[in-house]
Write a protein that binds this ligand. Structure first.
Ligand code: FRU
Length: 487
């Protein structure tokens, strides 16, 4: 089906209940609906937004186009959780219903002030000639979960020197002041991040561009995030227009970070090291972080990418969010671990302890599970796991000992996705001693060596591809593996 502009900008209020019911039914009949990931009730989910802790609960919103698996008029959809493990669908949070967000309530973030949750986002607008003007907007959620927009927009249009690609405010507070980093494109078509300051979240002044050392680097930086961890400043963003280089930058768009000294706000200077990708998998974009009440920095990403078709499209929905991950720093590198609360979802447990030699074993079965596999290789050429496997299907994680590389191969994972961008992702790794894997009906998240590297990907296997295999080629390894079904 071709999605015309009229269809993409149709308002949900004008769609009949019967049409929505039909769509819901089509979505529910999809064989790839997830069991423990946040996914849209219908239509398309993209960026996580407004991730915060307010009034005793975690709040996580996402970009939502309700009517089908395409990008169109965006709403914010609201989910909440008491524990980061179980999420409740609340419903639509922000509608694109004012002149300043007429063509979409685009991405943004949240911060608590005076017992209310302030959500700042980009109002996307288009005129009759389809020319874009972005506005930055504030919506306020109270303790009853009511959201109102007042005195908007708080930032009109774009400062001189930038194009209309100017969006995705991420709020943070330092001392008495609030700041927003915003993703931007310069008039010379290169990407960057700019900084605004406010004393009250309503009146904003433009401070200027954050000076980094990696210029030029792509044509647009989307969804920036700035936070401090230990004594470092970390700038996360999703640059577009970076060409593949070795094992890196293989996806259509990237997401990564710079680590440096804390941002020098008066001088707008950020001194940092090299850009590093956050995730090594096929489907990861536009992550956002929040600070949990106990001081943990937690990240959630969009498990998808723009401009690619996915097999769920024909059932009227697309994409999900990643599991929440705790971030820590080790040797100037971000380490990502699934949040500990996810253990609450563990059901039946099975485990094995064995030594295997030039063989593949199938100790477990499952389609929605967590697996922790500790491996001690005693001379082996390669080793790894095969997930969602049967005769001719498998998703393979393999560590090649001599090459010191780990790879995820989804060439036999079932229905293909984005094959034009390749079917294998890999990165270098000194040694592989632990694989911590979360598999859902249509995704894998693989945490290696307690979060040193992570591969996140959608997969679309058949329902009966449920073998979980462990293998060693040309050698021997001792294995301790534990597996839980996840509810
Ligand atoms: C990133 C993005 C953002 C924008 C949003 C619109 O995926 O393009 O830059 O705010 O999606 O849905």
């Amino acid at each position: 089906m071709e999605w015309t502009k009229e269809m993409r900008y149709q308002r949900l209020e004008n769609v009949s209940e019967e049409t929505m019911e039909e769509l819901r039914e089509r979505v529910e009949n999809c064989q790839w609906r997830q069991t423990f990931h946040i996914q849209p009730p219908t239509g398309l989910l993209n960026d996580p937004n407004g991730f915060s802790f307010y009034n005793g609960e975690y709040h996580l919103f996402y970009q939502w186009f309700p009517l089908g698996p395409v990008h169109g008029l965006k709403y914010w959809y609201h989910t909440k959780s008491k524990d980061l493990a179980y999420w409740e669908n609340v419903g639509i949070a922000i509608k694109p219903d004012h002149f300043y967000d007429s063509h979409g309530a685009y991405s943004g973030s949240g911060i608590v002030k005076d017992n209310e949750l302030y959500l700042m986002y980009t109002g996307n607008t288009r005129n009759d000639n389809w020319e874009r003007t972005p506005y930055q907007v504030i919506a306020i959620m109270n303790k009853d979960g009511e959201i109102s927009k007042q005195a908007n927009p708080v930032i009109f249009g774009v400062p001189d020197g930038y194009t209309d690609h100017f969006r995705d405010p991420k709020l943070f507070k330092k001392g008495e002041h609030y700041y927003a980093v915003i993703g931007a494109q310069r008039e010379d078509k290169t990407g960057c991040v700019v900084l605004f300051e406010s004393a009250n979240l309503q009146n904003w002044s433009f401070l200027g561009e954050v000076k980094t050392d990696i210029q030029p680097f792509g044509y647009m930086w989307e969804c920036p995030d700035y936070f401090e961890l230990d004594d470092k400043g970390i700038l996360v963003f999703s640059p577009q227009g970076i060409s593949p280089q070795g094992n890196s930058y293989q996806n259509i768009y990237q997401s990564g970070y710079l680590i440096g000294d804390k941002l020098n706000i008066p001088q707008l200077k950020f001194s940092h090291g090299d850009f590093a990708e956050i995730d090594r998998g096929f489907d990861f974009y536009a992550p956002q972080t929040m600070l949990a009440p106990d001081g943990r920095r937690i990240l959630v990403g969009w498990m998808g990418l723009p401009e690619l078709d996915y097999p769920t499209d024909e059932n009227g929905w697309a994409h999900c969010l990643t599991l929440p991950r705790e971030l820590t720093l080790k040797d100037n590198k971000l380490i990502q671990q699934p949040v500990k609360e996810l253990a609450k979802r563990r059901k039946r447990k099975e485990s094995i302890r064995t030594t295997i030699k030039n063989e593949t074993i199938t100790p477990f079965k499952g389609t929605a599970f967590e697996l922790i596999c500790e491996i001690n290789a005693l001379h082996a050429k390669s080793l790894g796991v095969e997930l969602r496997a049967k005769e001719n299907e498998k998703t393979v994680v393999e560590y090649k000992v001599k090459e010191k590389t780990i790879e995820l191969d989804r060439s036999k994972s079932g229905k293909s996705v984005g094959e034009e961008y390749g079917t294998v992702r890999r990165c270098t790794l000194e040694q592989c001693i632990k694989l911590h894997v979360f598999v859902d009906i249509s995704s894998v998240e693989i945490f290696i060596n307690d979060g040193e590297e992570v591969f996140t990907s959608r997969i679309f296997p058949q329902a009966d591809s449920e073998e979980i295999r462990i293998f060693v080629n040309d050698g021997e390894a001792s294995i301790v593996a534990e597996k839980w079904d996840l509810s």
